[in-house]
Design a protein around this ligand. Structure first.
Ligand code: GDP
Length: 439
């Protein structure tokens, strides 16, 4: 996400390095670079001009403290301005009414159905009783798709595959929700490939009849300026409450994220960064600005981890580490947990400074496959007692997993190093405890 933009902005700030003062002359060229980087990232020209003008004025109006360089100050100002541009602070969705209804709108392929599932999963985790409603009557596959997602996340899906009247389905669904005590209803609607009058009428009608407490417009961020234009058209007809930006994991230039709020004047509420149910983040303008500037987003990373990690499993593994008992089964279980958090490259990008280091590196979930194959070729006994794996067993494991003996040896070495480190940490922890007891 934003790899290119981050890189270009970084270069722009570097041009200011070394100079001790911000002056009209040295700031002008940097600001020009920033503007070019934003426009290249598909930010609307007018928006890019406005924001860079503000950055310049702010920069000239501020004293450079001795402790920061002009470049650092400009990074800070840019971060502040990007944050403001994207809305300042996060805006939550409104959930009121019994049941609270959330209406999902957007073009076909924007990621509506996927998002409906993700939102259902999020609301469920917050302890709500949720019902998902399949009102995408034109795309029969959408109903099945939502059903599959519902099963996966353990949330009920209401559908009437034979019924071609979206309004009727939605009304029946609400009656059903009331009957079954579901307090939150998320309605997935039909989209078209392009804005189309009949689609708009249908969704307008749905909105009028259902009176949702929240209407969310889902848009594919990879469509760049079109995303902004589509948002405008939908907003004129629907007066939606918030935007969901999807596919920010792709090769997107990210401009939509930056300019949509400014142009439509509606807050972005969620961003989606992958096809998995876990790949959903609440949108925080300040964190996003930090991410754009390559400063990472550790807070979102931690939140993602908290959501994905199974606490009991973490406790169990912790105990095993403390007993110097960590084995390949535990290792495999840890791998599974990490994979649940989402795309590895994306996760690494949330770590400050990593974004740049990762550029050009090709990491995907498949990177774990060789390791997994090797571990899965071990017998249960070998996984639990790695020490018994001798040369003969290594050869058998290599043959069984289709990997080379060198790869098996490397993994064994890494695993050994890891266990040594764990032992050392245990010892240090023990020593620390002993010390504090003596004190
Ligand atoms: P709908 O027609 O609006 O309901 O769109 P879908 O939910 O069916 O999504 C269209 C395609 O985009 C599907 O293949 C999804 O798996 C994919 N998709 C949805 N959200 C994301 C995302 O955030 N990132 C990526 N890479 N793919 C996504």
């Amino acid at each position: 996400m934003f790899d290119n933009l981050s890189l270009k902005l970084d270069r722009a700030f570097k041009t200011l390095k070394g100079t001790g003062k911000i002056t009209e002359i040295n700031v002008a060229s940097t600001v020009k670079e920033i503007r070019r980087a934003l426009i290249d990232a598909d930010v609307n020209y007018k928006v890019a001009k406005e924001v860079t003008d503000t950055i310049r004025n702010e920069a000239l109006g501020r004293d450079v403290l001795i402790s920061v360089s002009p470049g650092q100050l400009l990074v800070k100002i840019t971060q502040e301005e990007l944050t403001k541009l994207m809305g300042g602070s996060k805006v939550d969705i409104k959930l009121s009414g019994d049941p609270a209804v959330i209406l999902i709108a957007g073009l076909q392929g924007s990621g509506k159905t996927t998002f409906t599932g993700k939102l259902g999963s999020l609301l469920k985790r917050q302890g709500r009783q949720v019902l998902l409603v399949a009102c995408d009557i034109y795309r029969p596959a959408a109903i099945d798709q939502l059903k599959v997602l519902g099963e996966q996340i353990g949330v009920e899906v209401y559908a009437e595959p034979e019924n071609k009247n979206a309004l009727q389905i939605a009304n029946n669904a609400i009656a059903y929700a009331k009957k079954t005590g579901k307090k939150t209803v998320v309605v997935d609607t039909a989209g078209r490939l392009a804005v189309d009058d009949q689609m708009m009428k249908e969704i307008e009608e749905l909105k009028k009849a259902l009176n949702p407490s929240e209407t969310l417009f889902v848009v594919d961020s990879m469509t760049g300026q079109d995303a902004v234009n589509t948002a405008k058209t939908f907003d004129e007809r629907l007066n939606f409450d918030g935007v969901v930006l999807t596919k920010l994991d792709g090769d997107t230039r990210g401009g939509a994220a930056i300019s949509i709020r400014h142009v439509v004047n509606k807050p972005i509420k969620f961003i989606s960064t992958g096809e998995k149910m876990e790949n959903l983040d609440v949108f925080h303008p300040d964190r996003m600005a930090q991410r754009i500037l390559g400063m990472g987003d550790v807070i979102s990373l931690v939140e993602r981890a908290q959501q994905s990690f199974d606490e009991d499993e973490a406790k169990r593994i912790n105990a095993k580490i403390r007993q110097n008992n960590f084995n390949f089964d535990d290792f495999l279980s840890q791998l599974e947990q990490v994979k649940k958090m989402g795309n590895i490259k994306d996760l690494m990008g949330m770590i400050p400074g990593m974004g740049k280091a990762m550029k050009g590196l090709d990491i995907d979930d498949d990177s774990f496959k060789p390791i997994e194959a090797i571990i899965r070729s071990m017998t249960p006994k070998e996984r639990q007692q790695p020490d018994i794996i001798d040369g003969r067993r290594r050869k058998r494991i290599a043959d069984g997993s289709g990997r080379t003996i060198v790869e098996v040896n490397n993994l064994m070495k890494q695993f050994d190093d890891m266990r040594k480190l764990m032992k050392q940490m245990n010892k240090m922890g023990g020593a620390k405890q002993a010390m504090s007891r003596m004190m």
